[in-house]
Write a protein of this length. Sequence first.
Length: 85
Amino acid sequence: MKGDRIEIVVDAGDSTRTYMVVASRAGRRVETSVKRGVVEVSEVTRSGSVVRTARFMAARVLALVEHPVPRTDESERPLGEDPGT
């Protein structure tokens, strides 16, 4: 969902570096995977096409923090209320 983001903190030897991957448009999401010692964070469209990818060595990744956008629950809205308000 637009606004979802993942923060990646990486050991850069003498310090740490922080990277962010953000779902920049409506309908996009951010996915993570760990394969063969590599952490991969990708922004993906609704159809599953990868827009951008960030890859890091798993041994260097200190933290992977997900920041989801707060979702509004449709069941809490009274019947007849306009969703735009």
